[in-house]
Design a protein around this ligand. Structure first.
Ligand SMILES: *[C@@H]1O[C@H](CO)[C@@H](O)[C@H](O)[C@H]1NC(C)=O
Ligand SMILES: *[C@@H]1O[C@H](CO)[C@@H](O)[C@H](O)[C@H]1NC(C)=O
Ligand SMILES: *[C@@H]1O[C@H](CO)[C@@H](O)[C@H](O)[C@H]1NC(C)=O
Ligand SMILES: *[C@@H]1O[C@H](CO)[C@@H](O)[C@H](O)[C@H]1NC(C)=O
Ligand SMILES: *[C@@H]1O[C@H](CO)[C@@H](O)[C@H](O)[C@H]1NC(C)=O
Ligand SMILES: CC(=O)N[C@H]1CO[C@H](CO)[C@@H](O)[C@@H]1O
Length: 518
């Protein structure tokens, strides 16, 4: 349609308004697939401004919406969350000039902070905050499908948002947050969302906290499951924090001494997250590098955050092969840890990890029985570190790792169903790094890919194929470190299919960004 003069004027006025208004931040993501034409009800779960909120999460009592348009509790076709946040600073420009963006004349006024949502101790969403800017500040909205947590939303519970923020000189940005939940009524056209019979938290179970466990050391929890379990899938959320935030950029200990002090951290750039049952590895993850909005150069991420910064990826491991062990009615030790490719597998502080078990029960109350018939799992990835120091002091190194595991079990539920379960994982990782010119030039190229497959009597029960390439360069041109350029090229390619209770997705996301300060 040809634009009319009025609409052009409107556009100009609109543009003017946009420039004078808040910066709208966002993360590219898949749209919600929940039924727009279903009856809906939306309730406010919480509203809180996080100022100096360290150790003081928002804790609210949640009750399901009662007998309104969206039908009986738990019968919903789906549930979505809307997290909308504004932030701005109010004092004069800080001295953090390295974070000044000459193009937009914006300084940051707060760091990115991690946000953790739990419902009855189950982590349902890990997010982080875009970094606010001076003046009119920022606003963002993220919508998330949480339908597979329907059993938690169907009953009253404790809802927590932990968002540890600090207010100090130059960092005065507060986060004013609102969380709404929308419940979509089921109908003949839109059946109730499928969900587990039971969701078991593998978290610290602390009151008044987001319940994330800090590792190392290994986090373990004793869990007793019903004896009539028919299937169990673990959903795991890991993220690197502190000296582990940019784990892909860490240097193997043996080359750390060849670089200037305080350039980066040791323990190398490889990480694997392990899930163990009674000390036996049940599955592993080579995580995606989530670059938060303060990462590398904060100005890279305005207004588009890196993929997953607002919705950290979760990973799925089929624990069904462990049912012969888990169905004995006794407590079992479920553990999470994070390891490196160093000779002692140690890492720095810290990672935040949680898991939840999505459990289905047999229709009979008789115990499930069975036998693990194959367990071919090494304790650690096969990893190698090679490298050299050139005569001009340039440090090059490459870390590679591979992992193949296979677990098979034969299980029989109380109602007599026999299932042969085969769980396999095959992963490979490589990270090539160069630090040149006294580490003022850094280049890294990482690849991480793999395939998880679980079959139950030959049919796929969980299939996850991923490839997470990432390349980052950073160059300082001067000794005062104020003249620099950086670029990043990273992708999140993942086909999540047949995962119980969540819609299958195929995501191919590629982001290239660069910034300079001269
Ligand atoms: C999300 O919530 C905010 C209020 O917090 C509202 O302004 C916005 O329209 C909502 N977005 C959607 C898509 O529901
Ligand atoms: C649980 O397993 C972890 C990892 O193998 C181990 O370190 C821990 O000691 C175990 N805890 C108990 C109570 O057995
Ligand atoms: C190398 O960098 C460090 C700080 O990163 C600095 O202290 C040192 O003077 C530099 N060395 C040379 C030779 O430039
Ligand atoms: C980093 O620099 C190397 C060498 O110039 C180049 O091959 C690579 O494409 C660069 N990567 C990015 C992300 O710019
Ligand atoms: C920054 O470094 C680049 C590359 O060496 C140079 O061209 C530019 O003039 C420098 N800028 C300043 C302000 O020094
Ligand atoms: C969320 C937030 O920080 N809001 C503040 C933005 O700045 C104005 C004016 O200084 C304050 O009134 C808001 O509280």
């Amino acid at each position: 349609m040809r634009p009319t003069v009025t609409s052009i004027l409107g556009l100009l006025i609109g543009l003017h308004r946009v420039t004078a208004a808040r910066l709208v931040d966002f993360q590219v993501t898949q749209p919600l697939t929940l039924p727009k034409d279903a009856k809906q009800c939306t309730v406010k779960i919480l509203e809180r401004t996080f100022a100096f909120s360290y150790g003081s999460p928002e804790v609210v009592q949640y009750t399901p919406p009662i007998a309104s348009d969206c039908g009986p509790a738990g019968s919903w076709a789906g549930i979505s969350l809307n997290f909308t946040v504004t932030s701005n600073g109010s004092v004069k420009v800080s001295s953090l000039s390295v974070y000044y963006d000459a193009k937009t004349s914006l300084f940051r006024t707060q760091y990115d902070r991690l946000g953790i949502f739990t419902l009855d101790h189950v982590e349902i969403w890990r997010t982080s905050t875009p970094e606010p800017t001076r003046g009119d500040g920022i606003i963002w909205t993220y919508l998330k499908d949480v339908s597979h947590y329907s059993p938690l939303f169907a009953k009253p519970g404790t809802f927590v948002l932990q968002l540890d923020n600090l207010i100090q000189t130059g960092l005065d940005g507060e986060y004013a947050t609102t969380l709404h939940a929308t419940f979509y009524a089921s109908s003949e056209r839109h059946p109730p969302a499928t969900h587990a019979d039971l969701i078991v938290p593998i978290t610290t179970l602390a009151d008044n906290s987001g319940d994330v466990a800090s590792v190392p050391p290994v986090f373990s929890l004793g869990v007793t499951l019903p004896r009539n379990i028919a299937s169990v899938v673990a959903e795991i959320t890991p993220s690197g924090n502190g000296n582990e935030e940019f784990w892909s950029m860490n240097v193997p200990d043996k080359y750390l001494g060849d670089l200037p002090n305080d350039i980066t951290f040791g323990k190398g750039p490889f990480r694997e997250v392990r899930l163990l049952v009674d000390g036996q590895v049940a599955g592993i993850i080579f995580p995606y590098l989530v670059v938060f909005t303060g990462g590398i150069a904060p100005t890279l991420w305005r207004p588009i955050a890196a993929y997953a910064a607002l919705d950290l990826p979760t990973y799925y491991i089929d624990l069904t092969p462990f049912i012969p062990i888990l169905a004995d009615g006794k407590p079992h030790n479920i553990s999470l840890d994070v390891l490196s490719a160093e000779s002692d597998h140690s890492i720095n502080q810290n990672w935040y990890v949680t898991a939840n078990l999505q459990v289905t029960l047999d229709s009979s109350s008789n115990p499930t029985t069975g036998k693990m018939v194959l367990y071919s799992v090494g304790p650690y990835a096969h990893a190698s570190t090679t490298g050299s120091v050139r005569s001009d002091g340039t440090v090059d190194f490459t870390v590679t790792a591979t992992r193949d595991l296979r677990i098979e079990s034969q299980i029989r539920t109380g109602s007599g169903a026999e299932t042969h379960v085969v769980w396999t994982q095959s992963l490979s990782y490589s990270n090539a790094h160069t630090y040149a010119k006294n580490a003022t030039v850094q280049m890294l190229s990482q690849s991480s890919s793999g395939k998880f497959l679980s079959t139950h009597n030959g049919s796929p029960a969980l299939a996850d194929t991923f490839s997470f390439p990432a390349a980052v360069n950073f160059t300082y041109f001067d000794s005062t470190l104020t003249n620099w350029t950086t670029s990043i090229d990273h992708s999140y390619n993942r086909a999540l299919q047949s995962v119980p209770f969540i819609p299958g997705t195929v995501i191919q996301e590629h982001q290239v960004a660069s910034r300079a300060r001269r």
